[in-house]
Design a protein around this ligand. Structure first.
Ligand code: NDP
Length: 462
């Protein structure tokens, strides 16, 4: 049977675009559909605009610190509309780049939501398209608990488009990546920020010492950390700000904007998965094997819709491996070990490999090295921001199994060290590496003294 395409991709985000371009480069006839904007969450309402807002928000500290270096500044003001609109212009530019990338690769774009009618047929708007193979790369979306008044709250999707001026008080609910990143952004942009966390600390899943270090640093930076707090309902007079947030334990407080960052869920609804025998796993994501193949013989899935590691570079890796395997005759499985990641909170947190807790659970004896210091830049300015670094070493093999950092440029540093961890470098090889002076990074190759074994401590409230 002749199909319209060799491959049809549902979703033109990071994973879908990479897979379609690579498949086309191997000679496949490829179509792709997108119901919003090409580029996906990362480019349109995630990593890219978020990082630009982080840069924008950091000028507040830079202006303060500049004075100790002899600079006098006049009155410093922020025009949120300028920052917001310039960020959106960059998003538009990147959207154009992605469109041209698809066109250049010979991938045909169909605008509209893709819905499977059967294992080889997809409906996009009024079109009916057939394909030999299908890739589902429909991503994820924010999810907030359906409490009373939830309609008054925004998610990260809307945070990029807030009207000018920014609200005076912003409350963010959640303690994960998105919550702490936006807490830093709005704090830097001059808003009063409340962070509502249902546990005792932010960033569950990260190394415990790092979590605590970031948590305390955020509190010192002026963010009000409302720990062990849950919101029962949001009340608004005439449906407008200010909002009154009622806590489960009876307390209440007021704010001008509520943002929920309580996790994301895979986009699996309304795309006809059941019509093509594509099954979901227990977590509600598309179930895939180690080759990203779904339960249907000719259908694969990559990226957030599969809820493996929900990071752009991982989706890209999964999409590329799929295309190499299925169209390039170069079988390649995505490798989800030692994936580095960063949280662009302020200070930044980045890590690769195991946390100390994971290493303690899965390996034998460990050696742990830590360093805490005031970055050189702040010695003149008096800024009370410290950097924390940590190396976790498997004692039996001397292998460095985890590298963690909280501080300026942590993500940039950890990206380089991720190569060493991936290559299986030993602590002796770290020690044999000459540092670059004066940098923060040299600390990673000069950690000589093992940290004393920690005293048994109160278990974290997990
Ligand atoms: P996360 O899963 O990281 O965090 C969700 C947070 O919300 C957790 O603190 C969780 O608490 C809390 N939470 C969940 N449900 C509730 C509830 N009902 N009431 C109160 N709190 C709740 O989700 P994010 O939305 O922050 O990010 C989604 C994913 O996007 C991340 O996992 C990451 O993979 C990706 N991402 C990556 C970024 C990066 O690489 N820099 C940036 C942004 C996103 P608890 O810990 O108690 O479960």
């Amino acid at each position: 049977m002749a199909y319209d395409y060799d491959l049809f991709v549902i979703g033109a985000g990071s994973g879908g675009v990479r897979a379609s371009r690579i498949a086309a480069s191997y000679g496949a006839r490829v179509g792709i559909c997108e119901d919003y904007r090409v580029g996906g969450t990362c480019v349109i309402r995630g990593c890219v605009p978020k990082k630009l807002l982080v840069y924008g928000s950091k000028f507040a500290h830079e202006f303060e610190d500049a004075q100790a270096y002899g600079w006098s500044l006049g009155e410093v003001t922020l025009c949120w509309a300028t920052l917001r609109d310039n960020v959106q212009k960059e998003v538009d530019r990147l959207n154009g780049v992605y469109l041209r990338l698809l066109e250049g690769a010979g991938v045909k774009l169909h605008m509209g939501r893709g819905r499977l009618l059967d294992r080889h047929t997809i409906e996009v708007g009024s079109e009916t398209i057939t394909a030999d193979k299908i890739l589902i790369a429909s991503g994820g979306r924010p999810e907030a608990p359906p409490i009373s008044g939830h309609q008054f709250a925004i998610t990260s999707n809307e945070a990029f488009h807030l009207p000018d001026p920014l609200p005076k008080r912003i409350t963010i609910v959640g303690g994960g990546y998105i919550a702490v990143e936006f807490a830093g952004i709005f704090n830097g942009l001059g808003c009063e920020v409340d962070l509502v966390i249902r546990r005792d600390r932010i960033l569950r899943g990260f190394d415990e010492e790092c979590r605590t270090f970031v948590h305390d640093a955020l509190a010192r930076s002026g963010i009000r950390m409302r720990t062990e707090t849950q919101i029962a309902r949001i009340e608004a007079t005439d449906g407008k700000a200010p909002y009154r947030l009622h806590e489960v334990n009876g307390g209440a407080f007021e704010t001008d904007l509520v943002m929920y960052a309580t996790g994301r869920v895979p986009n699996t609804a309304g795309i006809g998965l059941e019509k093509a025998s594509v099954q979901l796993n227990k977590a509600g994501a598309v179930a895939v094997d180690e080759w990203s193949k779904t339960t249907a013989e000719n259908i694969w899935a990559v990226g957030d819709v599969t809820d493996r590691i929900n990071l752009t570079p991982v989706a890209i890796m999964e999409g590329h491996c799929f295309a190499d395997t299925v169209f390039g005759h170069k079988p390649r499985k995505p490798d989800h070990r030692d994936v580095p990641s960063a949280v662009f909170c302020q200070p930044e947190l980045a890590s690769v490999g195991l946390t100390e807790e994971e290493a303690a659970r899965t390996l034998g004896e460990l050696r742990v090295y830590t360093a805490t210091f005031r970055p050189m830049k702040y010695t003149l300015t008096g800024r009370q921001q410290r950097t924390f670094m940590k190396l976790i070493v498997e004692a039996a093999t001397d292998k460095v199994v985890g590298v963690h950092m909280v501080g300026d440029d942590a993500a940039e540093l950890i990206q380089g060290l991720a190569v060493a961890v991936k290559a299986g470098a030993t602590k002796a090889q770290f020690d044999a590496t000459v540092g670059i002076h004066p940098t923060a990074g040299e600390e990673f190759v000069t950690m000589r003294t093992e940290r004393p074994k920690p005293q048994p401590r109160k278990a974290a409230a997990e």
